[in-house]
Design a protein around this ligand. Structure first.
Ligand code: UDP
Length: 321
């Protein structure tokens, strides 16, 4: 298929673009490089640099596109609380412009990068797609708004839409991995201690109602995530919006992740207890049964040491020699 990948210079977008190319698809990456990196656009993809709302119509106007994978977004929870306008503009308004450009140029399907943050504080774990959606920050709210937009476009305009709600994405695919200018995620931060770029890691609270007192998350390897996108593309149905959680279905605590990083890197990784971070739920674990049933998706890289090991190889290989 000829596919447009928005945000294909970012972490998940670049890995998915690489998988799509490896599967023989034709890929055009659209990215404004506000948080992505030009050298993360995989070889073999065509690159269009610019603001999505401005140029989506021009890019799709060349014709022949059979689908869009939409990754481009703002994704920092804290920033979304202090600057919600950035999230309503760059996530919601831009998605509307993209859907209108798709409609104008008769592009039939979209796979959208949604998030577990649409659920907010869960009433029960594992979290199902039918669980209540009560986002606790504008980031999650903006993604939920787009999910709702997709439901309405599928019903009214026959769009084939799939929202994939990611849990904690980690790991790397060869030279494509996670490198944010502002890093807030646990695994990259812990690995920065191992590379000597940080003294220690702060553990945000050790008095949570969990077995070892630290928060539990469902870490999913970015390669497993990418495979779900390919399956979603081929399983799309006109006029239907499908929503699937993507997680590995098991939880690891912050302490367990740090321990796995110690094992993989051989570094002692000093850790200190810090106050809880505002807005953190104690436990987030996905039920991915729906994706397994409907798409035949089976995550295969669920061992935390495999996930951390791939992230470590990516981090270490990028260090100046
Ligand atoms: N965390 C931590 N120290 C850090 C970064 C994160 O203790 O420096 C914890 C955080 O409180 C959460 C878990 O690690 O419980 C995963 O956080 P991350 O930001 O990676 O993902 P989130 O679950 O917030 O999407």
């Amino acid at each position: 298929m000829k596919l447009l990948v928005t945000g294909g210079a970012g972490y998940v977008g670049s890995v998915c673009a690489a998988h799509l190319l490896e599967a023989g698809h034709e890929v055009v990456v659209l990215d404004d490089l506000s948080t992505g990196h030009r050298d993360a656009v995989p070889d073999g993809a065509r690159f269009a640099e610019g603001n999505l709302a401005d140029i989506a119509g021009t890019v799709l106007g060349e014709g022949g596109f059979e689908g869009v994978l939409h990754f481009a977004a703002r994704s920092l929870v804290g920033e979304s609380v202090t600057h919600p306008e950035l999230y309503w503009e760059n996530n919601v308004v831009v998605a509307l412009r993209l859907l209108e450009a798709m409609r104008e140029h008769a592009v039939p399907r979209i796979v959208f990068s949604s998030t577990a943050a649409t659920y907010g504080e869960p009433e029960q774990v594992p979290i199902l797609e039918t669980s209540p959606t009560r986002p606790t920050n504008p980031y999650g709210a903006s993604k939920l708004a787009i999910d709702m937009m997709l439901t309405s476009y599928a019903a009214a305009h026959g769009l084939a839409a799939t929202s994939l709600r990611y849990f904690n994405v980690a790991g790397a695919h060869g030279r494509y991995g996670e490198r944010h200018t502002v890093e807030t995620h646990l695994i990259p931060i812990v690995l920065q201690v191992a590379t000597g770029h940080r003294e220690s890691v702060s553990v945000y609270g050790d008095d949570w109602p969990t077995p070892d007192g630290t928060c539990v998350r469902d870490y999913i390897h970015v390669d497993d995530l990418a495979e779900a996108h390919l399956l979603a593309l081929t399983n799309a149905t006109a006029g239907r919006h499908a929503i699937y959680n993507l997680g590995s279905g098991q939880g690891f605590s912050v302490k367990e992740v740090i321990e796995a990083c110690r094992g993989v890197t051989g570094h002692p990784i000093p850790a200190t207890t810090a106050p809880r971070r505002a807005g953190d739920p104690a436990v987030l674990i996905a039920s991915s049964h729906a994706a397994a049933e409907a798409l035949g998706w089976r995550p295969s890289r669920t061992d935390i040491r495999t996930i951390v090991g791939d992230a470590w190889r990516f981090t270490r290989d990028r260090l100046p020699v």
